[in-house]
Ligand binder design. Structure first.
Ligand SMILES: [Zn+2]
Length: 401
């Protein structure tokens, strides 16, 4: 195969197909994993560059390349696309302008060290970021004195880090500083994140630190961006951790007023109304979702993934976190982002009741007729897991399960 035969129009037609199918279906159809470092930027959107180049290759000899057909590395692909006049991000890129895109790019290119746990990455930086995201969500002070920040980070590392990776809170802060996400105002002699010199520098300076102000402002003002980062960190580093426990520990939990009880649950005022001798108890439609579901809803800005409705109530926007494979017996679905959809109450009921299922290509389907209803709406950073969708389809194809 020769990437050098690619032409710009072939790449554009692959981009068109990517747009039509959606990211998940496109990658799956051609056997690619999600890109980590190299993205093609086109028309304000990001595309997995290797998958695009591989599919574009169909224009050369009629055959799209699969991921393992490539002999060159990702950098070769990036160079080929750049040569064709496309913009491609690179791991070390500092993208001009402090945009959500440049922030997400930095999150995707964190340089984390290998953990002592086989196959895992150290969780120091992700935990420091989650801690800071929780502070930004609550609009706490951006900068925290080291004598306060250090024990808070250590306690997170103790509870959620890989055992044996160490509890040094200095290193993640220094790494994040050099990666452009963390601020140590007033210091321009910040050492690199290794060795005892780094630790003694922190001990001597006891600096104020926190997210860079543009990062802090962005994640404080834009809950959907914050949620996208939270879900990416959970997905990238914390597969075997109880997500709700971690979100609670980093205070990434719903605002108290967002979980205020529904009106029909509030005890009626004692205003002399005769107490009824019998009271009918009704079930409230307000579903108190987990902290994890709240992040998924924030990411979708409370828009239903099937119909796009965003219900506005007196208490703010409202949507429900729908588990694809139900929690609890006998289904035992996991509470993880890939097992959640953000749905309006109507579609939640129809989905849970098996009137609607989601196909492999992420199309909502009427189960009784098999007819497609609509393409599932996706948001960057959250993909429903194919195995959970398949489970949901199986359950309703065979109600004996
Ligand atoms: Zn809906």
């Amino acid at each position: 195969m020769a990437l050098s035969d690619l032409r710009r129009d072939m790449v554009l037609s692959a981009i068109e197909e990517y747009d039509k199918l959606g990211r998940g279906a496109f990658l799956k159809a051609y056997g690619y994993g999600p890109a980590r470092d190299y993205f093609l930027l086109y028309d304000g959107k990001r595309y997995d560059s290797k998958a695009i180049a591989g599919v574009a290759h169909r224009g050369v000899d009629g055959r799209p390349l699969r991921a393992d057909d490539f002999s060159g590395g990702d950098a070769t692909v990036a160079r080929t696309l750049s040569d064709l006049g496309f913009e491609v991000t690179r791991p070390s890129d500092v993208i001009d302008g402090h945009s959500p895109g440049s922030l997400l790019q930095k999150i995707l290119t964190l340089k984390t060290a290998a953990s002592v746990s086989p196959g895992a990455r150290k969780r120091h930086q992700p935990l420091a970021l989650l801690w800071a995201l929780g502070r930004a969500a609550r609009r706490d002070d951006r900068l925290v004195p080291w004598p306060d920040a250090s024990p808070a980070l250590e306690s997170l590392l103790r509870e959620f880090g890989h055992p044996g990776d160490g509890l040094n809170a200095e290193f993640p802060v220094l790494r994040l500083y050099h990666h452009g996400l963390w601020d140590l105002p007033g210091h321009n002699d910040v050492p690199t994140a290794s060795g005892s010199a780094a630790q003694s520098w922190m001990r001597q300076n006891q600096p104020l630190s926190g997210l860079r102000s543009w990062v802090h402002d962005l994640v404080a003002d834009q809950p959907a961006i914050r949620a996208q980062i939270v879900l990416r960190l959970l997905d990238g580093y914390f597969h075997d951790v109880d997500h709700d426990k971690l979100l609670a520990a980093t205070l990434l939990i719903p605002e108290p007023n967002a979980i205020r009880p529904a009106l029909d649950e509030v005890t009626p005022p004692r205003d002399g109304t005769p107490t009824p001798t019998r009271r009918t108890v009704t079930t409230s439609r307000v579903i108190r979702d987990s902290a994890l579901a709240e992040q998924v809803k924030l990411l979708h800005d409370y828009q239903c993934q099937i119909c796009g409705t965003r219900l506005m109530t007196g208490r703010g926007p409202y949507a429900e976190g729908a588990h694809i494979r139900p929690l609890g017996m006998p289904h035992n679905g996991p509470d993880e982002p890939g097992n959640l959809l953000c749905l309006c109450p109507n579609h939640h009921v129809l989905f849970d009741g098996g009137t609607i299922s989601i196909s492999e290509d992420l199309v909502a389907v009427d189960v009784s007729t098999g007819k497609p209803i609509t393409q599932l709406r996706l948001a960057e950073g959250h993909t429903p897991a194919p195995q959970h969708l398949a489970y949901h389809r199986r359950v309703f194809a065979d109600p004996q399960i």
